[in-house]
Design a protein around this ligand. Structure first.
Ligand code: ADP
Ligand code: ZN
Ligand code: ZN
Length: 766
């Protein structure tokens, strides 16, 4: 047998796969997906088997092919996954070994290294191993046995075991001295002691509101969605179904039923949810339907927990994988369905190599495995909507199913937009408008719950007039100018122009629109909201703050939600992280303190992001019997995104936004890639990126649909003392910009101290 092996070596020249012979004694272990040690250029290297074959590789003399030295880890991926990894390497311009790493067991790092130039090569393995633990249970005859009257501990142990088996460690902790009692009972055959493989990461607490019973009747929208999904599954081509359902329309219920059907056919399902909504609430719903057949994978688990959950999937003991972005790479053998919930979420784009987008990889994977892909969202991405409008994309069908209503009595909440410039000119200098303050007091009086969201992105790096809401814009690009404190200048991050503070209407004194002097860096913190709430509301209203500061620890996010769940009357104050997935029927009011900050980001997706966020957070209200109310505070009440949220009129917004994107040649009508270059020496960074830029322009020439913008400074022009500049490249939808950009970067050969990265289909261009 022969193996094709991708080496895990950081030299781009060695990107391809190399052929080795599999010694007879390794044949069983050395399958596709195995991590192996192979001889390579006078030393040994770690690699991954991507293919095996019985015939010697073509053009090679079988006698000269070197043998695999050792198998370091068993198979973590199959042939189809290997093909997806190669596709990722090409698409996202990274070495194949980097594209393979996400498929490996969590915590597995295997490297060869040597301490010094003359020292021998040694192998460093880090693997989270499984853990065994001892369990004690009553034996058959345990029930009829009765210990002697003075055997107090034995009695206590037997009593404790009556309600079921227990871990020895737990028994020992609750009943001191129980170890010897257990030993004595075991000798008599009254109890059994056995080693069981412990599966870490399986525990979930249950929120009072989490356990939803299976609904009696599905809505028409749900039935339509399930029928479309069934068709996509049966077609076996990798067809895509977009479930476009308003918040609370029952999308999760659709996923559960669809998975049930796939499980009945003996196949498994991968379910991706945004990391932040991977709360006990979501997990609980999957657990209550599929029990121990569910494995959970996300980054808040410890290394050991992640390993155990992953290993459970690999061993075929769990067939429903629920997790964040990386769960896409779980070693599920027979995938019948892939689901991506909140498909529009930015967290599906990975910001470090491999810089993949989970939606795109999932589509590829579905096609490769012949299974269906379901995308769900209340605010689908324009990419997904546009592909559904086309009907077919990438050779498979894309179908949109709409679920415009909430089941039963739940209604979409009424949205009220409050113009903060009017509040300000009316003399209200508080961060709460009069209507929001009043509504909050109402919630307190009626002993209900409210959620207050603070839009924190783009925090404080643009200037805004508090009197008219104007934000200084670039006269050439209609992009909000960003205020750079370090240089006291206003910078346009679309065209790269900048103005010293005084050449443009002075940012610290005058508004370019109305001349007002109330021009200030914009931003309010959650702490400040919490303080103002304390003054506004009676003392017995619980105020719970949820932001990056209060959710540092592993269980913090969950604990705060449980507090909010348990409270009788409470206000949850938080950043974007509270917008997602929470389903608390008692929430009757949702307030958005500042809707605008994301609108002013110098990014072509700014309006889409703002709309999505507002629609999501608005969806937290009125999920129960009580009608909900949403109050959105804004300085820009006329913006299409704000108007669309108010009218719950997504179609209007999408039409406008799509036509603007088409005119500007932005995604989804093009691909936008970002080449970022950074280093301590500004001169070196400039020289390198100018070289890259020249090479890209040469290669692209006059090709239709290609456009090179920049180079300019990044929005974050300096990070940790490293200067950052970037180049944006637009290319046609059916182009493959990755390899071209990668070649240009490599040809420019960045000097020592300068790094460059190619981000294909970039989301974060800052
Ligand atoms: P989404 O995922 O779209 O936000 P969910 O699936 O969480 O929606 O459903 C919202 C609420 O409505 C949940 O409490 C759920 O149990 C309930 N629900 C879902 N489908 C139905 C139905 N057909 N009939 C009654 N209640 C339903
Ligand atoms: Zn500009
Ligand atoms: Zn003004």
């Amino acid at each position: 047998m022969f193996a094709s092996v991708v080496l895990d070596i950081a030299t781009r020249a060695l990107d391809g796969a190399f052929d080795y012979e599999i010694p007879r004694e390794l044949e069983a272990e050395c399958a596709v997906g195995a991590t192996v040690l192979v001889p390579f250029s006078h030393r040994e290297a770690v690699g991954y088997v991507v293919a095996t074959s019985a015939r010697p590789p073509e053009g090679l003399d079988a006698a000269r092919v070197l043998p695999v030295s050792r198998v370091l880890a068993p198979s973590a991926f199959d042939q189809a996954a290997a093909r997806v990894a190669f596709w990722m390497a090409r698409e996202y311009a990274c070495p194949p070994c980097e594209a393979i790493r996400p498929f490996l067991a969590p915590g597995q790092t295997v490297r060869v290294r040597r301490a010094s130039a003359n020292a021998p090569w040694e192998l460093v393995c880090q693997k989270s191993g499984p853990v065994d633990e001892r369990w004690v249970s009553l034996a058959e005859k345990g029930g009829s046995f009765s210990p002697r009257a003075n055997a107090v501990r034995q009695r206590a142990v037997l009593q404790a075991l009556e309600s079921g088996p227990m871990r020895m460690a737990e028994l020992a902790a609750t009943l001191p001295g129980s170890a010897s009692a257990v030993a004595a009972l075991a000798r008599r055959g009254v109890v059994n002691v056995e080693e069981r493989r412990r599966v870490r990461g399986g525990d979930t607490t249950t929120l009072r509101s989490a356990v939803a019973a299976r609904p009696e009747r599905l809505t028409q929208g749900q039935k339509d969605a399930l029928a479309a999904i069934a068709r996509a599954c049966d077609a076996g081509r990798g067809d895509v179904v977009l479930v476009d359902g308003v918040t609370g329309s029952g999308k999760t219920e659709v996923y559960l039923d669809a998975i049930e059907r796939v499980r009945a056919a003996g196949r498994g399902a991968l379910v991706l949810v945004p990391e932040i909504s991977l709360t006990a609430q979501t997990v609980g719903r999957f657990r209550s339907r599929f029990g121990d057949d569910v494995a959970i994978l996300h980054s808040r688990l410890s290394a050991g927990e992640r390993f155990d959950q992953w290993d459970m999937v690999r061993q075929g003991r769990a067939h429903v994988v629920v997790g964040a972005r990386s769960a896409l790479f779980a070693p599920l053998r027979d995938v019948g369905l892939i689901i991506i919930d909140e498909e529009h979420e930015w967290t599906y784009k990975q910001e470090s190599a491999p810089r993949y987008h989970a939606r795109e990889v999932a589509a590829r994977m579905a096609a490769e495995r012949g299974c269906a892909l379901v995308l769900g969202s209340a605010t689908p991405s324009l990419e997904a909507l546009e592909r559904c409008r086309e009907g077919t994309w990438g050779g498979v069908s894309w179908t949109r199913v709409s679920m415009p209503e909430r089941p039963g009595a739940a209604r979409l909440p009424a949205v009220r937009v409050v113009d903060m410039t009017e509040q300000f000119s009316g003399g209200n200098r508080s961060i709460f408008s009069a209507p929001l303050a009043e509504a909050l007091q109402d919630v307190a009086a009626r002993r209900q719950k409210a959620v207050l969201m603070l839009n924190r992105r783009g925090f404080a790096n643009f200037l805004m007039c508090r009197e008219c809401g104007a934000v200084p814009e670039c006269p050439h690009c209609s992009t909000a100018l960003t205020y750079h404190e370090r240089t006291h200048s206003l910078v346009c991050h679309t065209c790269g122009r900048s103005w010293p503070q005084r050449a443009y209407p002075d940012p610290s004194t005058r508004c370019p629109n109305c001349g007002s002097r109330y021009l200030a860096a914009f931003g309010v913190g959650t702490q400040r909201v919490e303080d103002e709430l304390a003054m506004l509301l009676p003392k017995d209203v619980r105020v719970i703050r949820m932001d990056a500061d209060t959710t540092r620890g592993k269980g913090d996010h969950q604990r705060l939600l449980e507090e909010f769940d348990a409270a009788e009357c409470a206000v949850l104050v938080g950043t974007q992280m509270i917008a997602k997935g929470l389903d608390f029927p008692e929430v009757t009011l949702v307030g958005v303190v500042n809707a605008d900050t994301t609108l002013k980001l110098p990014d072509f997706r700014a309006a889409e992001r703002t709309y999505d966020l507002l629609e999501q957070v608005a969806g937290r209200a009125g999920r129960g019997e009580e009608p909900g109310q949403v109050i959105v505070q804004t300085y820009w009440a006329t913006h299409p995104a704000i108007r669309a949220v108010k009218a719950h009129d997504r179609a209007l917004f999408v039409e406008r936004e799509l036509s603007e994107r088409r005119d500007g040649g932005y995604p989804p009508f093009s691909r936008l890639s970002n080449v970022v270059c950074w280093g301590r020496s500004e001169a070196d960074v400039r020289r390198t990126l100018d070289d890259v830029s020249r090479r890209v322009r040469e290669r692209v020439g006059e090709a239709a649909g290609w456009e090179v913008l920049g180079p300019t400074d990044c929005l974050k022009a300096k990070v940790k003392d490293r200067v950052r500049r970037h180049l944006l490249v637009k290319s046609p939808v059916d182009s493959e910009p990755g390899p071209l950009l990668d070649e240009c970067v490599r040809a420019a050969a960045p000097p020592r101290g300068v790094s460059a990265a190619v981000d294909v289909d970039a989301y974060d261009m800052m």
